[in-house]
Design a protein. Structure first.
Length: 313
């Protein structure tokens, strides 16, 4: 055995590191095909968009298309036989098959943190397993993990909407104080407006849009109530309203104005930020006028509710 051998830890890439790397023309020209993948946009925007799926994986960012990355992540998710192994961060030869590609390891200051490789992987796991997984994950990955905190809010939403006893519980602030409302449980399914979607009879389904979709993070469809609820998740104090994406979604669902469907748009924010939150600018005002959303009045029609962002209550 060589006494001079040392272990070299190669940490996952941060978003900032990816953005700095693509500023170099020589590097970017060699990876442009998989970065752009038929899309157009500024380099920084393309990196940020792809990062939500591939996360800190340099290989998936610079060697694979987003379609390949999603496919391989989904295969890895199906092959995890023991989620405790995932929670106990078993890397390399000690890990279950495919486990490495689903984990990321970062160093912030002098402290090491581990986390699911990306927001895509984290929310997929949360919707499949439920809130108990998010709680275990936060305990195993340390509650002050700055990387994990970046998408734990989304994880909690999808865990609760798919597995919670009462689904997602939200809070409204009115003249008589805070009111609590349970949305119930929904079946979570992937959804791409380009492919359309057939709404089954009496279905309550939560549609997750594509990785690069703007405007909303989930679409809650209740066929029995004839209701479509667009959900935008945010922990910021301000968020713009982008109506064009809702319009494209409704057309993809085959829902037209006058069909008798109620259309709701809801911002779900951290409960502690509820009183401070404000709706920002409205893109394409009047886009939903055929659905009862009066042009220029959209901000007043939007609902803003709070969700408890704590993993343990």
């Amino acid at each position: 055995m060589n006494d001079n051998a040392r272990e070299l830890v190669v940490y996952s890439w941060t978003l900032k590191e990816f953005q700095e790397a693509v500023r170099w023309d020589m590097l970017y020209s060699s990876v442009a095909d998989v970065m752009e993948d038929g899309k157009h946009g500024e380099r920084q925007e393309l990196v940020e968009s792809k990062y939500s799926v591939v996360g800190g994986s340099c290989r998936y960012m610079f060697e694979c298309s987003i379609t390949v990355a999603i496919r391989e992540y989904k295969v890895a998710l199906e092959y995890i036989a023991n989620y405790d192994d995932y929670l106990h961060i078993r890397f390399g030869d000690r890990s279950e098959p495919f486990l490495n590609r689903l984990c990321a390891r970062y160093k912030v200051g002098n402290t090491e943190f581990w986390t699911p490789i990306s927001k895509f992987v984290a929310t997929e796991l949360a919707s499949k397993i439920g809130k108990s997984f998010v709680i275990k994950l936060m305990k195993a990955g340390f509650p002050d993990n700055p990387v994990l905190q970046g998408f734990v809010f989304e994880m909690l939403f999808f865990a609760r909407i798919s597995r919670g006893k009462r689904g997602v519980v939200v809070y409204n602030v009115g003249k008589k104080g805070s009111k609590k409302q349970a949305w119930g449980r929904y079946l979570v399914e992937s959804f791409d407006p380009k492919d359309g979607y057939l709404i089954a009879s009496q279905t309550k389904v939560c549609l997750k849009p594509p990785w690069n979709q703007g405007g909303y993070d989930a679409v809650l469809i209740d066929k029995g109530m004839h209701r479509v609820r667009f959900v935008q998740l945010t922990k910021n104090s301000r968020h713009d309203l982008k109506l064009e994406y809702m319009l494209k979604c409704l057309k993809a669902l085959g829902i037209n104005g006058g069909d008798g469907w109620g259309i709701e748009i809801v911002f779900v924010v951290d409960k502690d930020m509820l009183a401070k939150f404000r709706v920002g600018s409205v893109d394409q005002p009047g886009a939903l006028s055929e659905y009862g959303w009066a042009k220029g009045n959209e901000k007043k029609q939007v609902d803003v509710v709070g969700m408890d962002a704590r993993t343990v209550r």
